[in-house]
Write a protein that binds this ligand. Structure first.
Ligand code: BTN
Length: 246
């Protein structure tokens, strides 16, 4: 379990542009870490690779600012353990099971319902999680995790559990991480995939550093999320079609 000498401080706001920005500003201003920023409504959510993040009417949007005791070479696993923590918190608190699309999209048969943005600034890491919980009439390509309105409180309940699970995992990550649990939850494994700019093969394994090991037919290659822009799977229903929240 986590060292409770450094308790999680929760900052709940009714609204913000991006929880990532608020969490970073708090940390820069000297706020106690780890700090979790949770909002009821996010108006200018940011996604990976400069994309925007659209939130459903009922959505979780939170960012955890933390200074993990992790050597730089192990930080590549943070996005993956953050995905596992989000998945576990959603299952525990809401009873909803999702899969992970490597490296850390939360997906159901309806499509991508959640995403994670990890930003590093020297010793500070800000892990942002967005989960679209309920979306009665989503635009094309958008999806949510739950068929019924779970009410306004659910996101506020999931966020602290997610943060505690992530902090626990970060505390243990110097010695390794639960690759087996990740592999069991990862819908990308076993899929025929292509990635940009130019690669294809079968996803076979998760590497110790969080990379995706792909059998290209001419050997095995490990790809890392920072190196690829999009990943398309031949049969994964959450294929990154144009227009879908990516
Ligand atoms: C992705 O592109 O898949 C990552 C999406 C991350 C969205 C979350 S919502 C909370 C936090 N604040 C942001 O502005 N982005 C992240």
């Amino acid at each position: 379990m986590r060292d409770m000498a450094t308790p999680l401080v929760i900052h709940h706001l009714p609204e913000a542009g991006s929880t990532q920005t608020v969490a970073r500003e708090l940390a820069n201003a000297g706020a106690a870490l780890p700090a979790l920023v949770v909002v009821d409504r996010q108006t200018r959510g940011r996604g990976r690779t400069g994309r925007t993040w659209e939130a459903a009417p009922r959505a979780l949007a939170c960012s955890l600012a933390v200074a993990p005791d992790l050597p730089a070479e192990r930080r590549s696993i943070i996005p993956l353990i953050a995905g596992l923590a989000a998945r576990a918190a959603l299952a525990e608190v809401a009873g909803v099971t999702v899969s992970l699309k490597w490296p850390n999209d939360l997906v159901t048969s309806a499509g991508k319902v959640g995403g994670i943005l990890v930003e590093g600034f020297d010793d500070l890491v800000v892990v942002g999680t967005g989960i679209n919980l309920w979306w009665p009439d989503p635009p094309d390509g958008f999806a949510a995790a739950m068929p019924q309105d779970p009410g306004a409180n659910l996101a506020r309940q999931i966020a602290p559990r997610l943060a505690e699970l992530l902090l626990d995992a970060l505390d243990g990550a110097g010695d390794g991480w639960d690759r087996d649990a990740y592999a069991a939850a990862c819908a990308t494994l076993g899929q025929q995939i292509t990635w940009q700019p130019n690669g294809s093969g079968t996803a076979v394994e998760i590497a110790p550093d969080g990379g995706l090991v792909v059998d290209t037919g001419e050997g095995r290659q490990t790809i890392h999320s920072g190196e690829v822009r999009t990943i398309r799977a031949a049969t994964l229903v959450t294929d990154h079609d144009e227009g879908q929240q990516q």
